[in-house]
Design a binder for this molecule. Structure first.
Ligand code: TXA
Ligand code: MG
Length: 319
């Protein structure tokens, strides 16, 4: 993997203070050296991301944590041992040397060890942990292919490392360990049930609803340009008049449905497959000139929790 010249090129750019887009198993990220505040500042600019929204730092080895965090609780260690490398992010107390711009001035830092082999080689060759917000303009759906990144941010990054389609398709699960009890800040690629099978009950959601500790938890986030409705029924259809309406279906489509365009997340009703297809399907519907997208709910278990979380944050109220 580390023979791949594209990975070397991406790592050289990061070492020189540039920014690149890189694949992970969850979604594509926008990468820069976490210890180069100017490069990190450019990421905030390119994403139009508010400075109060801290970044996740990606590591390739446990040794990298020594530069980033002060102490790691035993429950955090258990989760890391079970799910790293993989779609799990842990929030811990940070070391003072980590630039404030990375953590938005918080005393805490979000870290994860991704499992995509290209990402691990990239971090190793860059010689430094890499910040990696999802490679989309702030508030839009995350990219799961290099083309998604190219379409939206292609001319604003120094390089796009193409690692194919993201296998998981939704962002990492974020668990915070900074308040004593573990807390799920964002449902994601590792189901809550699996987290709880390792460390027992986990509190869910941010403590302070007015000021979410993960802006991924803002009520409106991950949203396409076309309005998405999650609460609707077939009999509401009259309300939509002669507008062009698309359907984001979970598995099967009722034969009576007469939608302009339909995206099926998983023919066999598999939540993993549905998660992997979610953001691409939303993008295709968003690019189809529709007036409205109706989304079907999925069962809220396993990866369905992350899917429903993203759908709720993507959806609007129909006025
Ligand atoms: O799967 C992922 O996590 C992807 C890939 C690229 O690794 N990255 C990603 O990053 O989703 P981003 O920036 O789109 O989402 C990071 C979330 C944000 O909601 C941010 O608020 C939260 O992590 N976060 C970062 N640092 C935090 C901290 N110290 N405390 C609480 N939340 C934090
Ligand atoms: Mg994001």
């Amino acid at each position: 993997m580390s023979d791949n010249p594209a990975i070397h090129r991406a790592a050289e750019i990061i070492k020189k203070g540039g920014i690149i887009a890189f694949p992970t198993e969850t979604v594509y990220g926008l990468g820069a050296d976490a210890f180069n505040p100017l490069a990190v500042a450019r990421i905030f600019e390119v994403k139009k991301r508010p400075h109060f929204d801290p970044l996740i730092v990606h590591v390739a080895h446990y040794d990298d944590l020594e530069r980033l965090v002060i102490e790691i609780s035993s429950n955090a260690i258990k989760l890391m041992e079970r799910f790293w490398p993989g779609p799990l992010t842990v929030v811990l107390l940070k070391k003072v040397d980590v630039p404030d711009i990375v953590t938005s001035g918080l005393p805490t830092i979000a870290v994860r060890m991704p499992r995509h082999p290209m990402t691990l080689s990239l971090i190793g060759l860059s010689g430094s942990p890499i910040v990696g917000p999802s490679a989309n303009p702030f508030g839009y759906v995350s990219p799961t292919t290099a083309d998604h990144v190219r379409d939206q941010l292609g001319d604003q990054v120094d390089f796009i490392l193409d690692g194919g389609s993201c296998e998981v398709g939704v962002e990492s699960t974020i668990v915070s360990f900074v308040e004593g009890e573990p807390r799920l800040l964002r449902p994601g690629g590792i189901p809550l049930e699996e987290v709880e099978s390792v460390i027992g009950m986990v509190a869910v959601g941010s403590i302070n609803k007015e000021k979410p500790s993960a802006p991924g938890m803002l009520p409106k986030h991950y949203a396409p340009h076309t309005p998405i409705l999650l609460d609707w029924s077939e009999k509401d259809a009259a309300k939509y008049g002669n507008r062009k309406v698309g359907l984001l279906a979970f598995h099967k489509i009722s034969p009576s449905s007469k939608f302009g365009q339909v995206e099926v997340l998983s023919e066999k009703g598999d939540l993993r497959e549905a998660a992997a297809n979610l953001f691409s399907a939303i993008r295709r519907l968003d690019d189809s000139g529709l007036d409205l997208i109706l989304a079907e709910p999925v069962p809220e278990v396993g990866l369905g929790r992350a899917i429903m979380d993203r759908l709720r944050r993507a959806s609007s109220k129909w006025e």
